[in-house]
Design a protein around this ligand. Structure first.
Ligand code: FES
Length: 222
């Protein structure tokens, strides 16, 4: 497992991707980790950092896709090139990559870890769901993606016989899990520490309590 590090990293650029923001920072000595792992990003002016899975690892950089809907994510989306933020990671458990027939499945901002995962798996097929055409512009980050727009659900477009690796809102993950019990699912939760100390990320999944930052965010139930 790559060792997590905390470093102050310079912002290279913040790019709009549909309604989302792709925050690119210099990599420094931070390891990009395994797809599905996450990083705690300092949100300027906020007490708590924000957990973000890595979206892309361009040469010498780390890139994070976020939806600027709250004060923390808006502060991150408003960073300028040359600003610097503390980044701590990689943390948690990523996806298992030893799957013979991968299919990536994502919904909304849950597609964030899929571009890096797609690269690691040499661009397998993907099914991505969005609430509007504007949000679906983010599908350009994932090669070989079939896109569905609300009210069509990703679960209506899943081919059979694939090894599913998914990330998205909880109802989508539960629906994917019902169809594909072996799927690897990346869950989302608010996180304060990122390394098991605060219990702020505990979720109940299938009647079992899990600290997502150390047992997840990628879980498999089979
Ligand atoms: Fe603190 Fe998981 S984020 S225990």
């Amino acid at each position: 497992m790559p060792k997590p590090r905390r470093e102050l990293l310079s912002v290279v650029a913040v790019e709009a991707v549909g309604p989302y923001a792709l925050v690119r920072v210099e990599r420094g000595g931070v390891d990009p980790g395994i797809p599905g792992q996450f990083f705690m990003l300092e949100a300027p002016g906020r007490v708590l950092p924000r957990p973000m899975s890595l979206c892309l690892a361009p040469r010498g950089e780390l890139a994070f896709l976020l939806d600027p809907i709250g004060p923390g994510t808006r502060a991150l989306a408003e960073l300028d090139a040359g600003d610097a933020i503390h980044v701590f990671g990689p943390l948690g458990n990523g996806f298992r990559l030893d799957v013979p027939k991968p299919l990536l499945v994502g919904g909304g901002i849950g597609i964030a870890p899929l571009p890096y995962l797609s690269e690691a798996l040499e661009h397998p097929p993907a099914v991505l769901g969005f609430r509007s055409e504007h949000h679906a512009e983010a599908a350009a980050l994932v090669p070989n993606a079939e896109v569905v727009i609300d009210p069509v659900l990703v679960t209506e477009a899943l081919p059979e016989g694939r090894d599913v690796l998914a990330c998205g809102p909880e109802p989508m993950l539960e629906a994917v899990r019902a169809l594909c019990p072996d799927a690897q699912l990346a869950w989302e939760a608010p996180m304060a520490c990122g390394y098991g100390a605060c219990y702020g990320c505990v979720v109940e999944i299938g009647g079992i309590l899990k600290r997502l930052c150390i047992e997840g965010p990628v879980l498999c139930f089979s």
